[in-house]
Design a protein around this ligand. Structure first.
Ligand code: COA
Length: 431
């Protein structure tokens, strides 16, 4: 059967499509802004037909209605990253959390976590019957490969993001057409603290560096201070609108990349329509699965890789908690450790964990001990640089005593005395 006939014979409505999901199925949902919200809405509307449908999702950017208490018998969310819509459900025990490095998520689908159904959103097919997974290639492409059943929303507003982002129409078992804007993430608010952090991080970025940027206001602030740099490149699990500005200004050229020169290499995108328009059919944008982009061995092939991520707490040994506040799971490891380790092995590589020194001026994020129950995300053996608005602390290769000194020097001044007292007690010497 040619692909056009296949397409027409597999086309249906969202209401009919979700009836193919069965009680007890494991459903993997496309990631972040690639979420097919139209299909999820239809599935939730059909909730009474299901019991114990497991919904596996990483950064859930949509409404997350399936996490609501009234659907506790119908759906159980299994989060690989906890976000706004799932934090309470995980904390209340109505949803699960599965720890996993991001680069290993695709492999889970062929090992521990077999996929019954993949719910995805793709572009309309090209003349060869190929569709792009657009803003979410990451684990979504592997979910399509592994799933017993693929239900796809065809959305003309999904950008086309390169030859490694494709799936065939014949990989899609149930097809629903629906034209709708993608979920957007507005740029974070950049205040004086974020600007100071941005400036310190930028001081560690040489011309020709390749960047990995995490999510939020801090990476956006870093980009503000990179306007005078030359020939920067991008190899990052994600990027947002800030990168578009630097690309259009000619600062990001990808020309000096040692791996995939000329290309923005990325696994998923979160931003506004401006970003989605920039990447659409852009021959320089090469979206790829996360088991390539985030694999530490691949990251390590990028000379001068500078990785910038954020965290919740750092203790005086340099242990970094990025995903829990005490024992409460508020996010996940994402790609933090993939890039910390990749950067560490890259020629000229540097990893930076950047954070405000306090939570709203009240709680120091540099602490003698991590809060009880906190998970260590980046270990003291992996950590390299910590940055706050008060400066840069280099930890890799430093003694525990020197690490503590370097960290206290960038703590908020209101908390330095108590940290120094802790230092003197622990190391039996004057600060
Ligand atoms: N003590 C108590 N509460 C704390 C805290 C601390 N030390 N640090 C943060 N919090 C609270 C904040 O007050 C906030 O609470 P609220 O939502 O009720 O206001 C919440 O935790 C989130 O913190 P915030 O600083 O607003 O988060 P952020 O959007 O800047 O993200 C991380 C910071 C660490 C959560 C985020 O960078 C992350 O998830 N990192 C790990 C994954 C990663 O690095 N991936 C790679 C790139 S995608």
């Amino acid at each position: 059967m040619n692909w056009k006939t296949y397409y027409e014979t597999h086309l249906t409505t969202a209401e009919e499509a979700v009836t193919h999901i069965k009680s007890g199925d494991r459903v993997v949902v496309a990631h972040a802004c690639g979420e097919p919200s139209y299909l999820l809405d239809a599935m939730v509307a059909n909730a009474s037909a299901y019991r114990d449908v497991e919904l596996v999702h990483m950064v859930a950017m949509g409404k997350g209605d399936y996490c609501k208490p009234e659907y506790a018998e119908n759906f159980r969310h299994n989060a690989i990253f906890v976000g706004g819509s799932s934090r309470e459900a995980v904390a209340d025990g109505r949803a699960d959390f599965t720890p996993s490095f991001f680069f290993e998520v695709p492999r889970l689908f062929s090992t521990t976590m077999p996929v019954d159904v993949a719910l995805v959103m793709v572009t309309p097919p090209d003349e060869n019957g190929m569709c792009s997974l657009g803003v979410s290639v990451d684990y979504t492409q592997e979910a399509v490969k592994q799933a017993k059943l693929v239900i796809a929303q065809i959305n003309p507003q999904m950008p086309w993001t390169g030859p490694n982002s494709l799936v065939s129409v014949k990989d899609l078992d149930v097809i629903v057409e629906h034209d709708a804007p993608l979920i957007e993430l507005k740029p974070g608010k950049i205040g004086e603290i974020e600007k100071a952090i941005g400036e310190h991080c930028a001081s560690l970025v040489p011309d020709g560096a390749t960047l990995q940027l995490g999510i939020g206001a801090i990476p956006d602030a870093v980009l503000l201070f990179l306007k005078d740099k030359k020939d920067l490149g991008i190899h990052s699990e994600m990027f947002s609108d800030g990168v578009v500005e630097l690309a259009e200004a000619g600062v990001i050229t990808n020309a000096k990349k040692s791996l995939n020169p000329g290309k923005f290499v990325v696994a998923f995108l979160m931003g506004t329509k401006r970003l989605y328009d920039f990447v659409n059919h852009n021959p320089d944008v090469d979206m790829r699965p996360v088991d390539y982009v985030n694999h530490p061995f691949v990251v390590a092939q990028n000379d001068n890789l500078i990785s910038i991520n954020s965290c919740v707490q750092v203790d005086l040994m340099g242990q970094v908690a990025s995903e829990t506040v005490g024992s409460k799971q508020i996010s996940g490891v994402g790609g933090q450790v993939d890039f910390v380790r990749g950067a560490s092995a890259a020629k000229g590589g540097v990893s930076i964990i950047a954070m405000p020194s306090t939570v709203k001026g009240k709680i120091s994020k540099i602490v003698p001990l991590l809060d009880e129950g906190a998970a260590v995300t980046t270990s003291r053996n992996d950590v390299d640089y910590i940055v706050t608005e008060y400066g840069v602390a280099h930890l890799k290769g430093e003694t525990l005593r020197q690490r503590a000194r370097n960290l206290i020097a960038i703590a908020h001044p209101d908390f330095r005395d108590e940290l120094k007292a802790e230092f003197e007690k622990r190391f039996h010497c004057a600060f």
